[in-house]
Design a protein around this ligand. Structure first.
Ligand code: SF4
Length: 342
């Protein structure tokens, strides 16, 4: 795929962006092409079949969620949604001027002890919605001028998302899907999304299994290996980030990594892993936003904020690894932290 094939008219206002996206005949979301090929319906059927003996994530609980059983994530058959709204705090290529159309799903298949969304992810705040209602939310976000459908914590509700996307497509959805995942994925499931998702936005939280095990409520020691395998597959599907002329994300991989106190996230290993296994042009957001949330105060090494020195060294490692596409806000944070310690 060449970047030029995806370029659309630039935009200066949310409404203009929306109009531009709708008016360019060459660009269409991946799921629209799959539907035109007659292949989307079968993917949805396969996804719901997996939910009947649930193996949607590495927990592989084997419960039949379609008959009311619940596994580790506690998710029911229907999707549960906490909120859907334009979000202006995401990465700038997702936000533009119209916002990223976030849908926050309740529950989580990973459940970290430092979770910043713990009322939603751990305690399941939200309400059940049908696939038709979920489709209406997607269309509502498009109507409001958002640039994408940003599916926050989608792994355990992937079948519902695919079904809702097909319903919304028939009613005019044209926005790219952004799969905003913790990274705790099975590569076999990510392969099912090939040709459906345009933008992958995974975390890569830990590079060491011992640290991943220590800071997860259910000891996900396999997190680093599985997240890395999944991200390589995501990159194979969508490649590096491609934007329109206004800088709005259309397709590609964007990876998040949050710097944690005492180097427990393995940031140096992370940046070199990206350089050697993806592409040095991968969009990378090294985040400075760690705070002591949920149960983190019970764990000595992560019971404090990061220092300016820790963030500056993390960004310098990224530059030493030759990463060329660092998030603009993280670069601004670098300057702030540099000044604090100079
Ligand atoms: S999605 Fe939920 S029920 Fe299914 S395997 Fe994962 S944790 Fe278990």
């Amino acid at each position: 795929m060449t970047g030029g094939a995806w370029l659309i008219k630039g935009c200066t206002q949310a409404e203009e962006s929306k109009t531009a996206l709708e008016s360019v005949p060459r660009w269409q979301p991946a799921y629209a092409r799959l539907e035109a090929e007659g292949l989307l319906e079968a993917r949805i059927a396969r996804a719901y079949e997996i939910m009947e003996k649930c193996e949607l994530c590495p927990r592989r609980c084997g419960v039949n969620r379609r008959s009311g059983e619940k596994g580790f994530c506690r998710a029911p058959e229907k999707a549960m949604v906490y909120s859907h709204s334009p979000h202006f705090g995401e990465e700038l290529p997702l936000v533009g001027q119209g916002g990223s159309g976030t849908i926050f799903f309740s529950n989580c298949n990973l459940r970290c002890v430092f979770c910043q969304n713990w009322p939603i992810a751990h305690q399941g705040w939200g309400r059940e919605v049908s696939d038709e209602q979920l489709a209406e939310m997607m269309l509502d976000l498009q109507q409001n001028g958002c640039h994408n459908i940003n599916l926050v914590t989608p792994t355990h509700v992937m079948p519902n998302i695919l079904s809702a996307t097909r319903i919304a497509l028939k009613n005019g959805l044209r926005l790219p899907l952004c799969y905003n995942t913790s990274g705790y994925e099975r590569v076999e499931i990510i392969r099912l999304l090939d040709g459906i998702v345009d933008i992958y936005l995974p975390d890569l939280k830990f590079m060491d299994g011992t640290e991943a095990e220590r800071y997860n409520l259910a000891a996900a020691a396999d997190y680093p290996a599985l997240a890395q395998e999944g991200i390589i597959e995501m990159h194979r599907q969508v490649g590096d980030l491609v934007t329109d002329e206004g800088g709005i994300a259309l397709r590609g991989l964007m990876v998040r990594h949050m710097v944690m106190p005492n180097r427990v996230a393995g940031t140096r290993e992370f940046v070199w892993w990206v350089a050697e296994n993806l592409s040095r042009d991968t969009y990378i957001n090294i985040m400075a936003q760690y705070r002591v949330e949920f149960k983190a105060f019970e764990y000595e090494k992560i019971a404090r904020a990061i220092t300016s020195e820790e963030f500056v060294e993390a960004m310098e490692w990224a530059k030493q690894a030759g990463l060329t596409n660092l998030d603009l806000r993280s670069l601004a944070q670098l300057e702030i932290h540099r000044r604090r310690i100079s």
